[in-house]
Design a protein around this ligand. Sequence first.
Ligand code: DNO
Length: 395
Amino acid sequence: MEMTLRWYGPGYDSVTLKQIRQIPGVKNVITTLFGKQAGELWLPKEIAELKKIVNDAGLGIAGIESVNVSDDIKIGTAKRDEHIDNYIKTLQALGEADIHMVCYNFMPVFDWTRTELARVRPDGSTVLAYNQDTVDMIDPEHMRESVEKMSNGFVMPGWEPERLDRLKELFEMYRDVDAEKLFDNLVYFLEAIGPVCEKYDIKMGIHPDDPAWPIFGLPRIMTGKDSVTRLLDAVDKPYNGITLCTGSFGSNQNNDICEIIKACRGRIPFAHVRNLKYNSPRDFEEAAHLSSDGSMDMYKIIKTLYDTGFDGAIRPDHGRMIWDEVAMPGYGLYDRALGAAYLNGLWEAWTSQDSNLLIRYVVTQILHSRLFLSKNNRLSWQMGNYLCGYLIAFS
Ligand code: DNO
């Protein structure tokens, strides 16, 4: 497991690499070329510049979130092959820069969606929240305006103005795209990028839909265990994996996160771990990472990741806004740093418990070993006892 923090790159993020480097256990960031439009080509020299900035700060890049997939690819327009070609060349450039994990999503028009970006919680912190009744009452154009107003002047990931300027046109383009067509287009895309992923050992992690159900009449297809396992089976190759986002899957209370982890064992190169508090099935707000602050059992989630051999990158996800920080909603420093420390603690609890078990096993083996019990070798017998006592005392 590699603990990371998301960083949006120079000019986009209020959090500095220097600050990230001081979070215990964080040696790598998840980053992107945030200014790139979906469908655009990433040049090797742009990737090299980004890498240098991160490396100069004493950090590495554990993966990219996101190389966005264009709506042309999702819809399957005449431009799709040109955009896929750019995507392939981008993956090649990333592979050559020794970057091997890419997160993306296949949500039509909107990425993640919230109705409030600063709901006040009882402790005075503010959080992102979602209320289905509000979504049912407004049109997408309104949604866009309200997100822009609430975003503290930051460009929110997934809410890039260039794309949302085409909102009406995009809705029109999706008119004939149902869930099946969208799924077929996803498979088409994954098959096309397969050779480059395999050549450079790049793991793709599709991000689930957030919230995990269709909104504004647009299809959403990565909503839970059945849909993700269907995708993993449809392109049954190690490069085709998921981003296990607990908050996105968890937006739907019918989803059992641990069951999803078990079903996707070995195919989770990336995990976003955060907590949510449900107020009703139609209303949820984000919470501190700590289990008792929300509705999720973080201990069980981390244990299931651990038990299933998860060895990818992990990051705390949206944090609350606390201690008067002004940052992109969900992406301040303080609460995400608390989240990283907490998740690291949960992980350490499992790993050290296991190494204790290993030490006990070794001690038992030594105690039972004929070598040490050989009557003629008093010294080894005494040393064996001494060693076992020492190991037991410190295990
Ligand atoms: C929201 C994020 C998403 C995610 C994309 C991946 O905070 O989790 O915007 O990065 O869906 O492409």
